[in-house]
Design a protein around this ligand. Sequence first.
Ligand SMILES: Nc1ncnc2c1ncn2[C@@H]1O[C@H](COP(=O)(O)OP(=O)(O)OP(=O)(O)O)[C@@H](O)[C@H]1O
Length: 922
Amino acid sequence: MDQPLNSTTSGEAPNPPASPKAAGDIERVTPMMAQYIEIKTANPGSLLFYRMGDFYELFLEDAEIAARALGIVLTKRGKHQGEDIPMCGVPVDRAEEYLHKLIAAGYRVAVCEQMEPPAEAKKRGPKSVVKRDVIRLVTPGTLTEDALLDARRENVLASLARVKGGAGEEGDGYVYALAFADISTGSFRVAETDSTRLSADLARIEPAELLVADAVYEDAELRPLWRSLPAVTPLPKESFDGATAGRRIAGFFQVATLDSFGVFSRAELAAAGAIVAYIERTQLGARPPLGRPQREASSEAMIIDPATRANLEILRTTTGERSGSLWAAVDRTVTSAGARLLARRLAEPLTDPKRIADRFDAVECLADETGLRAQLRDRLAGVPDLARALSRVALGRAGPRDLAAIGRGLLEGTAIAGLIADAPAPAELTRAAAALTGVDPALAATLTAALADELPLNRRDGGFIRAGYQGELDATRALRDESRRVVAALERRYVEETGVRALKIRHNAVLGYFVEVSQQNADRLREPPFDAVFMHRQTMAGAMRFTSTELAELEAKISSAGERALALEQILFDELVGAVMGQTEAIRACAEALAVIDVTAGLAKLAVDERHVRPEVDDGLDFRIEGGRHPVVEQALRRDGGPFVANECELSPPEGARAGRIWLVTGPNMAGKSTFLRQNALIAILAQAGAFVPATFARIGVVDRLFSRVGATDDLARGRSTFMVEMVETAAILNQATERSLVILDEIGRGTATFDGLSIAWASLEHLHETNRCRGLFATHFHELTALSQRLSRLVNATVKVKEWEGEVIFLHEVVPGAADRSYGIQVAKLAGLPHAVVERARAVLTELESADRAAPTQRILDDLPLFAALNRAPPPAAPAAKADPVAAAVKDALAGIDPDEMTPREALEALYRLKAAAKGG
Ligand SMILES: Nc1ncnc2c1ncn2[C@@H]1O[C@H](COP(=O)(O)OP(=O)(O)OP(=O)(O)O)[C@@H](O)[C@H]1O
């Protein structure tokens, strides 16, 4: 009974192994099993990690699921209702590793701890069970442990609220809002959205877990969306109750009202309220250091739909790896927080030229200031992951190393602020430097003074407080470690005081510590004043044993010193945690500032190393790139020793026009069309993310939406063929692109019969030019389309140059004005290793085909079909001009009788011969 979270519905607990039995049954089971079942029942839908000594045990169906998912041995333990109880267990010290596997496999886990020492339970009677309780629900969106997280990726918990209202033309009559938080770092944001851009927003946020109300979860329209997410958790509608959300959020942040948080819409409140409620539920009272929810305007970020993100391989390649993505190619950060912030910036490029310019100023400063950059990066490299350490401290999951990390981070932060203060830095950097000094320096000093150099992983191990930090702890430890020395000192004192030189302090298991003297000397100890000090315990042959109050106290101290030292350390740990918690906000700000500086310094280094330039980004509609390169392909080629050929791209509105150009790029296979298309989209993303770009010059009027339809994929999960996916994506572009958008279309219409494809490409191009009026790049092998530039004023033909030499094709990768005459497909096929016979046969067929009048379709584009008529006026005129030409009519008739999908290759070839004959008028 596997239950990825996706299939969970709140109505039916999906994973109720050991579901509650009737009360009568519970009476017959062992007390421990009864406790297990009670706790299990209270936590439906989760696997229960039931703590027993050094193991977390799983029972019954949980055990079967976990054993399968984790590849661990399934055993048996006792009987339940006459049947063996399946059991498996994971050692506590390796629990994180197993949790990680289970969460990754789509399960959630309730962690149940022993709430008292077993000795305590025994006091209640021999049969009583240790008190246990669930202390945490582990779900994909609420992880905080380093072992469970990818250091360089955010781990986002998102919630989607939907409320009636919003009569948006394109929408579905609902207003949507997304709230999203990373518990492991404390970021918390909310934004309104609508049904048309919901999937783009989710793709941008990339939640590890999305919370939705039951009714929304069940909505058939939205179901396909859930399938694209790793985990969706439906919740009862009360979790999204707008009326109580405000109070809930205020309660979480311990404020009386939300007035100081800014104004939120009803949907935004509901979404944020659901996040808060879920955190409270899964963390069972512990409160992560979430920042106050920041409201985002919907126009703040460039909109990039999921298909475009995937096509452009922004954060990961189409196969899901980071390596090979834009992010990996431009990431020169030295901290994981920096890498996460860079990913966030690339995922949501800005649209406000002022904010973009602020980022450029900062990058430019550090690109110029080589020395400062090197010093900053040096310091940053030693900065630990402050935000994640802070989160664990707040949730009571921290170890001494987390506290030390905070201390070290704050110290480095101060040093970094000092470096920036000494330089003339632009606003973005001075703002960050100011945040770095917002934490009381005493905190870092205390942490450094309190924590030892070598630290254990867990606070329970003790030994993490530095010697000399606290007198009482030092003394206690001295007792523990130096008991011998302390005893020897007392022995020396007793010798001196009594004058009995043979007096010894000894130890045995029965008496503990005792004073021993010979029979001869015993009397001395039994006389005043010593009889008041020494008490007789035992007489031996030739020796007498005494004890003293002092020795008894010392004994007690020594035997409990170890425990006391540990207890004192726990108190000190809690004090340090308290001191950290007192400055949560300031520490979070410091962590963010460090990430900003890391990203800025990293981008500056990238700019210098890779010769990237500062683009001009403004409110205009220009898109002019000179010497543009593809950041990923360029780096890959360099590794292989090849040069990358830089190319220009000019989509700015022509003189006097109020909309940008579209370039129609034709050229042979393998010439570099896709690379060229993508590189310009990536340059737009980099520029608006605030990075310099791989070009010699770039001027970009902010792009509001970026669309890219590159390459073919099918979506079998949604029952869509490759061609269907292509058409769905093309439809989205034609419906949504604006004058500010940048549209990249690669080989639209190739997945169907040639003429169908050509017609679709042709009509799409017209629509983009006339209706969307966007800037665009349109690559095609339909060379006929190049004729359209004579009719469409802002359509420009460009081609990728190749040289032909002794029948071979040499790729120059140079994009130049003009149109390609052919695709060199056969040469490329030959390069790819198609059998010689096939290549030769293809050549022969091609020669035949090309002897037909290739101008015919082009001519039709120019002469026969009235351009745009179909756009503005339907139905089309009754008698198209083409009817006048009997040859064209014959061809058309012959074509009408052809169904390419139903033909064998041979029939297709014969049909082509017939067509050719018809075209010749025969
Ligand atoms: N500007 C360039 N400089 C150097 N090499 C390039 C350049 N552009 C592309 N290449 C190389 O050419 C290969 C093919 O490029 P690309 O996939 O863009 O061609 P294409 O024209 O889109 O091909 P097809 O029409 O077959 O899809 C790339 O993998 C890359 O190695």
